[in-house]
Design a binder for this molecule. Structure first.
Ligand SMILES: Cc1cc2nc3c(=O)[nH]c(=O)nc-3n(C[C@H](O)[C@H](O)[C@H](O)COP(=O)(O)O)c2cc1C
Length: 179
């Protein structure tokens, strides 16, 4: 068998499952996107689709399932926060991957400088103004311009070395060991 054949993924009848499994091999960080809802409540969702897009202006993007029960809330939000989770926050990530806002715990959140709900104890927070959106298949890409940011460790290299991210690989939460 050639190296190329050996490298092929086992095929399935479902190309979506195959694509999903392969993309699961691409390790990502884990974030929580949070918005303030009309009645001053909070909606929050675990996502791993965060992309850093542009430096000038500072843009990020994440993708929102069109079928999500709270699609309208996130799609309409003019401002949102993104909290980058640390390795001890897998339970929190699981909670905000649950359906809708049924598992929302207000004690998980603090207010950012811009007044947005952010996850307490996360590695870092981005505060964003909606910049644009783009329908892409069964997801909508939500672009945000960064209007504020804060990080737990600050700019000290020693402090940064002491924190570890929560990662997502092959459908599981995991920690990344630094060398
Ligand atoms: C690690 C992880 C990453 C996720 N990333 C995304 C994402 O990027 N975009 C998204 O719309 N949903 C994502 N989800 C799913 C949402 O967290 C949540 O489960 C879903 O929006 C709930 O939809 P529902 O209220 O319709 O059940 C992710 C879930 C997990 C566990």
């Amino acid at each position: 068998m050639s190296d190329v054949e050996q490298a092929q993924m086992p095929s399935t009848d479902d190309p979506r499952a195959e694509f999903r499994r392969l993309m699961g091999l691409f390790t990502t960080g884990v974030c929580v996107v949070a918005v303030e809802t009309e009645n001053a409540g909070i909606a929050a969702m675990t996502v791993n689709s965060l992309v850093s897009v542009s430096l000038e202006p500072r843009l990020v993007c994440w993708s929102l399932q069109n079928a999500a029960s709270q699609f309208d809330i996130y799609n309409a939000a003019q401002r949102f926060s993104i909290s980058i989770l640390g390795e001890g926050q897998a339970d929190l990530a699981r909670r905000y991957a649950g359906r809708g806002d049924t598992l929302l715990q207000s004690g998980d959140f603090a207010k950012s400088a811009q007044g947005l709900p952010v996850i307490s104890g996360a590695l870092g927070h981005l505060e964003c103004c909606r910049w644009s959106e783009f329908l892409a298949g069964d997801h909508t890409m939500i672009f945000g311009e960064v209007i504020g940011l804060s990080d737990l460790a600050g700019s000290s290299p020693a402090a940064v070395a002491s924190v570890a991210p929560l990662a997502f690989f092959d459908g599981q939460f995991c920690a990344i060991q630094s060398s």
